[in-house]
Design a protein around this ligand. Structure first.
Ligand code: UDP
Ligand code: MG
Length: 313
């Protein structure tokens, strides 16, 4: 049986040697006549020496396979490329920075061997070492997306997971361009076991996620997995039309039945309504735009990544 370990790497020259040692440790403890490992490093257009590090690892170690991207396509694309390249019966994805502890892998393999599960996925139960504001928005995001979508995305779920072959094939069959893996993993289903661990800080280098990038990612996730925001526009439209109608009836009664005409020119209220409704219309247009933009990009059907170099099998 072959076990593939996929590592997406973007500017990870410092972390890679540490990670490789940890992976070798796992291999030493687990490899047997029936279990063989392959390591797949996907270099996502790194600007440092990551490519050289990977190449030299591949020279010393036959188990090391790699794909290099022609530019930075993002972690989602890197994971997809890794899964395409992986031949394993079990396939794992883990970060290069040791934040996904490789020491959990032996236990994950045992869990799959037991036959009770198809996926063993990691969840961090603490967010220690992360800025408070970031944790707050992350929690809010999970609440929001789980309310709006039919799928359940676990708070703190990482991309770190070990999967059976058929799970990987199902994930690959979802070949949309704008990939939101947390959602895709949940969407394909299967029997999942969650293993929990504490947050681990990066071994070296720094995170590639700024607050703004995470915010965009959150919007991408919501738009990719639910059309609920579109419905929001309908509800709001209905609500304000109703409000307008009630207002109309009220003035009608005042003027015709109660004969009250001494209305002070309602300039401030008028302005308020105008601004408010104008804002709402713009917001709804924006929501529409998000979806239309998505359709536009998907309709071009570009490849998810472009490889510039690949290890031979
Ligand atoms: N990564 C990638 N492409 C990118 C950004 C990140 O392949 O454009 C990889 C990165 O090398 C690491 C993993 O994705 O192995 C997670 O990235 P990072 O540690 O920066 O994210 P965080 O752990 O802070 O969420
Ligand atoms: Mg990290």
């Amino acid at each position: 049986m072959l076990i593939s370990l996929i590592v997406p790497c973007y500017n990870e020259e410092e972390s890679l040697p540490i990670l490789y040692d940890a992976l070798c440790e796992v291999r030493r403890s687990e490899e047997s006549d029936e279990k063989v490992f392959e390591f797949i490093f996907v270099n996502d257009g790194s600007r440092d020496k990551t490519a050289d590090v990977i190449r030299s690892l591949a020279e010393q170690d036959k188990a090391v396979k790699y794909v290099f991207f022609s530019r930075n396509f993002g972690k989602e694309a890197a994971m997809y490329a890794g899964m395409e390249k992986a031949k394993g019966d079990y396939v794992a994805i883990l970060d290069a920075d040791m934040q996904d502890p490789p020491s959990l892998i032996p236990q994950m393999i045992k869990d799959l061997d037991s036959g009770e599960y198809d996926i063993v996925a990691a969840r961090r139960v603490t967010r220690k070492g992360e800025p408070k504001i970031r944790s707050f928005f992350a929690r809010a995001f999970y609440k929001l997306i789980n309310r709006m979508c039919d799928i359940e995305i676990a708070d703190g779920a990482r991309d770190f997971r070990l999967m059976r072959r058929d799970v990987v094939d199902s994930i690959l069959s979802l070949n949309e361009r704008q990939r939101f893996s947390k959602g895709i993993f949940a969407w394909v289903g299967f029997r999942t076991k969650w293993v929990e661990h504490e947050n681990v800080e990066r071994a070296a280098g720094e995170t590639k996620w700024s607050f703004w990038k995470l915010f965009r990612y959150a919007i991408d996730g919501i738009v990719a997995f639910t059309t609920a925001p579109l419905r929001l526009a309908t509800y709001m439209g209905f609500f304000f039309a109703l409000l307008g109608f009630i207002y109309l009836v009220y003035y009608f009664i005042r003027a015709i039945i109660l004969q009250i005409y001494n209305e002070v020119p309602g300039y401030p209220s008028l302005l308020c309504f105008l601004l408010f409704i104008g804002g709402l219309i713009l917001m709804c247009l924006g929501i529409l735009g998000e979806y239309i933009g998505r359709i536009y990009i998907e309709s071009k059907a570009r490849p998810i990544y472009i490889a510039s170099e690949e290890s031979k099998d």
